[in-house]
Write a protein of this length. Sequence first.
Length: 256
Amino acid sequence: MSSSSAAAIPTSGTADDAIRLADFSYDLRLESIAKYPAFPRGSSKLLRVDADGNVSFYDNFTDSFGQFAAGAHIVFNESKVVNGRLNVRSGDNEEAIEMMILDMGDTTGTEIDCIGVDLKVMLRRVDVPVGTKFVTSKGMGTFEVVHVDGLWEEDEHSNGNGTECTVRCIAHDESIKTVGDMLDAVGMVPIPPYLDREAEESDAEAYNNVYAAGSGSVAAPTAGLHFTDKLLREIGDDNLSFLSLHVGAGTFKPVI
């Protein structure tokens, strides 16, 4: 459940109408969360629940999905994930902290000029005052805090709380022209925190859909990650449509 879901919880009405978070809670063992996707792509199982609630599985997503696509028109979100997680420092002797791009805001993707652009971010440190400057790990740019929204609160399984704020980008390297240039040079793929590992080079491909085009998301539109080029060809171009809905980091934020 994303943070936007929390805003939908009614504040009035009868007790029977109220949405209770406990109704959506369940136990998920950490050892049941795969740290890496199924390989090759599309080889995962597909859950099946019949009308009586009985649970079973199809052994292979790619081999099974075609029967459900017959007679259907499928719309895919083709937004591509940016390298939205950076390590930054506020001083030479300071330990590096995480800066996570929360939303690309009003920018037109990553091709906007990097100089002076404002980005909504989470800094993994509390009590960050306006005016604080953070330098990227390779010294290729500076991000200055121009507005503080407040506390970014996470649950006990996270890397700690932080500060949600707006930063202004200042590039120091002539090769950095756009926001995309900056993120490609110093950023990492923002894999979900519940994977409990650092991003790896393979995640740039694995954490994007095969049809991804047009960077702007800081979390993958994960419903499409199982689809392969072969499966898309089998479904057929006439049965496919694509749009871009950029995903923000609220999808990672717990409702607490």
